[in-house]
Design a protein around this ligand. Structure first.
Ligand code: ATP
Ligand code: FE
Length: 332
């Protein structure tokens, strides 16, 4: 089975080819246009997808050394995501599938982030827990099988990726700020500034309080010293990153105990964070977990993960009709 997968849920246009469960190409075109606006501008994202989609698909087919006539199905991200962005990928996938007279496979973007773990070895054993941390989501997912997943805890307000990006914005760092916080944190002291955390019930998270606390902290410090940020950038980034990671891992540990599961994975854009990667390994050693961390190219948005999810759906004969439309708030 040879499947072409398309990802266009936010600001990365991506295409991948999977042949009998093996990802053979994964091309990502990121959209630099948003940097100057300090965040993703939905209308600009849709236009950029429109420009990128044909070359990205052509490159994915080329790299996999196939032509469109070798394809058995077309997969696409149906949601969640930005409507205008999703429409570009969905319409392209539908048109190509219709032209080639082959079936369509609709994929849930967050399930695909989790299934990125099945692209390379080592693969987690079922059931496992996946901390799914990205620009729009922060969830602990109980993964029974490739297509049976349940969210057992999630943020009640902001996603942790947003907390990284908003922290960066307040520090005058360009969008997306998460990777820059990561970079500066490497040189800093994580214990220098203690930031307050809120205890949430059960396995849920909250990141809006810490964002506000951080804003007040910066206002207070810069009033006393206008050069506070420049002089302390590394320590500020390290302290904030350490606090966010501590919040994430505390609940993950609780979930592991509650569900008696020691197979633990992370996924989504924030799983590229080097501090989180190190700390989850450490916790895994202390708690006797088997920890699974995706390769960098499969952390942030990519069509490789959509292709992997599509492979599992195709195995079960789960195709969708040509009447399908995108779902910006698609449920699990
Ligand atoms: P969602 O998957 O929830 O729909 P999205 O697709 O926009 O959101 P991803 O591409 O999965 O998000 O992840 C992007 C997020 O990951 C951004 O918030 C970005 O700052 C964050 N991120 C990427 N690399 C790092 C890093 N090294 N450290 C911290 N955050 C990071
Ligand atoms: Fe994503």
């Amino acid at each position: 089975m040879t499947i072409l997968a398309i990802e266009s849920s936010c600001d990365d246009s991506s295409a991948a080819v999977i042949i009998n469960g093996k990802v053979c190409s994964n091309i990502v075109a990121s959209q630099a246009i948003h940097t100057k606006w300090g965040g993703v501008v939905p209308e600009l994202a849709s236009r950029a997808h429109q420009q990128h989609i044909v070359p990205v698909v052509a490159e994915a087919l080329d790299k996999a050394k196939i032509t469109k006539n070798d394809l058995n199905a077309i997969a696409f991200t149906r949601g969640p995501g930005l409507l205008g962005s999703l429409l570009v990928g969905t319409s392209f996938a539908k048109a190509l599938a219709m032209g080639l007279n082959i079936p369509l496979i609709d994929v849930h973007h967050m399930q695909a982030h989790v299934l990125a773990h099945f692209i390379d070895e080592p693969k987690p054993n079922f059931p496992f827990l996946c901390l799914t941390v990205s620009g729009g989501h922060t969830q602990i997912v109980f993964v029974r099988s490739a297509l049976e997943m349940e969210v057992i805890g999630e943020t009640q307000d902001d996603a942790v990726g947003e907390a990284f990006d908003k922290t960066a914005k307040l520090l005058n760092l360009p969008y997306p700020g998460g990777p820059l916080i990561d970079k500066y944190a490497k040189e800093g002291n994580p214990d220098r500034f203690p930031f307050p955390t809120v205890e949430m019930p059960g396995l849920n998270y909250s990141f809006s309080g810490i964002k506000t606390a951080f804003l007040y902290f910066l206002q207070k410090e810069t009033k006393q010293n206008p050069n506070f940020v420049e002089e302390n950038l590394a320590d500020i980034c390290a302290s904030m990153q350490a606090t966010l990671i501590k919040i994430l891992l505390q609940k993950l540990k609780k979930a592991s105990k509650q569900y008696k599961i020691k197979e633990v994975a992370i996924a989504g854009g924030v799983s590229a964070n080097s501090g989180l990667r190190t700390e989850i390994q450490k916790m895994g050693e202390a708690e006797n977990w088997n920890v699974y961390i995706p390769a960098f190219q499969y952390c942030t948005d990519n069509a490789g993960m959509i292709a992997m999810a599509a492979h599992f759906k195709a195995e079960k004969g789960e195709f969708c009709s040509q009447e399908v439309s995108p779902m910006p708030r698609m449920a699990w």
